[in-house]
Design a protein around this ligand. Structure first.
Ligand code: GLN
Length: 303
């Protein structure tokens, strides 16, 4: 099958008018051109297929939660699940609602509350969390040019009231140990990582390859841990739209409010799509439509 042609055909078939809306609750994110579109698929055996602005870096936002989750899981192993659950939340990414009933233990590490606990864990283990996260991501994608966008990080820090509220509420249950300012600084930076579709699709390949990064041959996590990370993405990667994404696309994946979506077929490939306008659940509107068409055209999904 000619994947480049499949990409071009699906893109041409997307509705000309995108009904999604670019995220602007972090003012710096609202500046992005809504018409940007890029996609890249990278296979575990090293083939790459790209279309559109696949080399243009964008704000990966919550996609980065998978990197920090992997780092915390490497260090704590199953002890991590005492601090954060693995159940789908069925709530928006920044919701506070379940924390009261769940005694300060977030439902999963993909919602903000869970990702903030993961940051708190990493602050206990890493001397320089921002530098170590950057070097982890650079090594996963074999690309030293990846960096934080300082303006986005600052914009997010200036508008962090809700994330601060999540932290303080969880602290009241004993599930946050470090200073909120330090956790927020780390969290807002990880959300402000900038990567392009190519870099993202390469960096997630270890999850399609039983835990081994194909580019370096390095084992990142065990195959059992890989299974569990993919299960979390499948059930929680799209918040209260995880069912819809599974139903339409049929792959484990993760979205971010920068308009990126990463998805992967274990044993085969990782694909990243970028289109900034979001649907009302905070996931890329055209990104989901594109991936639905893609798995339909190639006739493969995990199901
Ligand atoms: N930085 C964003 C926030 O905490 C991440 C949200 C997302 O991408 N869903 O609000």
């Amino acid at each position: 099958m000619d994947i480049n042609k499949v990409f071009a055909t699906i893109h041409a078939g997307l509705p000309a008018k995108n009904t999604g809306k670019v995220a602007d609750y972090i003012p710096e994110l609202g500046k992005v051109d809504p018409d940007k579109f890029g996609v890249q698929a990278t296979t575990v055996d090293g083939r790459e297929y790209a279309f559109g602005e696949a080399k243009e870096p964008f704000s990966i936002q919550s996609i980065a939660k998978v990197f920090t989750l992997t780092m915390a899981y490497q260090r704590l192993n199953k002890e991590l699940w005492k601090r954060v659950g693995v159940e789908p939340s069925g709530t928006p990414f920044n919701s506070l609602i379940q924390l009261e009933a769940d005694q300060g233990i977030p439902r999963n590490p993909m919602i903000n509350a869970g990702a903030l606990v993961v940051c708190d864990v990493l602050l206990d283990y890493l001397k320089d969390p921002k530098a170590e996260l950057l070097s982890f991501v650079r090594s996963l994608s074999s690309d030293k040019s990846i960096n934080y966008n300082k303006a986005v990080a600052q914009s997010e820090l200036d508008n962090a009231s809700r994330n601060r509220a999540l932290l303080e509420y969880m602290r009241s249950f004993g599930n946050i140990h470090n200073e909120s300012d330090d956790i927020l600084d780390f969290y807002c930076h990880l959300c402000a990582l900038e990567m392009c579709c190519g870099q993202l699709s390469r960096s997630f390949l270890f999850l399609a390859n039983q835990g081994i990064a194909p580019l370096s041959g390095e084992r990142i996590v065990s195959s059992s841990m890989t299974k569990r990370l993919n299960a979390i993405m499948q059930l929680c990667g799209f918040y209260d739209e995880a069912g819809e994404f599974s139903f339409r696309v049929g792959l484990p994946g993760k979205s971010g409010v920068g308009g990126g979506i990463v998805a992967l077929l274990p044993g085969d490939y990782c694909i990243t799509v970028w289109s900034p306008p979001l649907n009302y659940k905070g996931n890329s509107h055209h990104g989901m439509a594109f991936l639905e068409q893609f798995t339909t055209e190639v006739g493969e999904s995990i199901f």
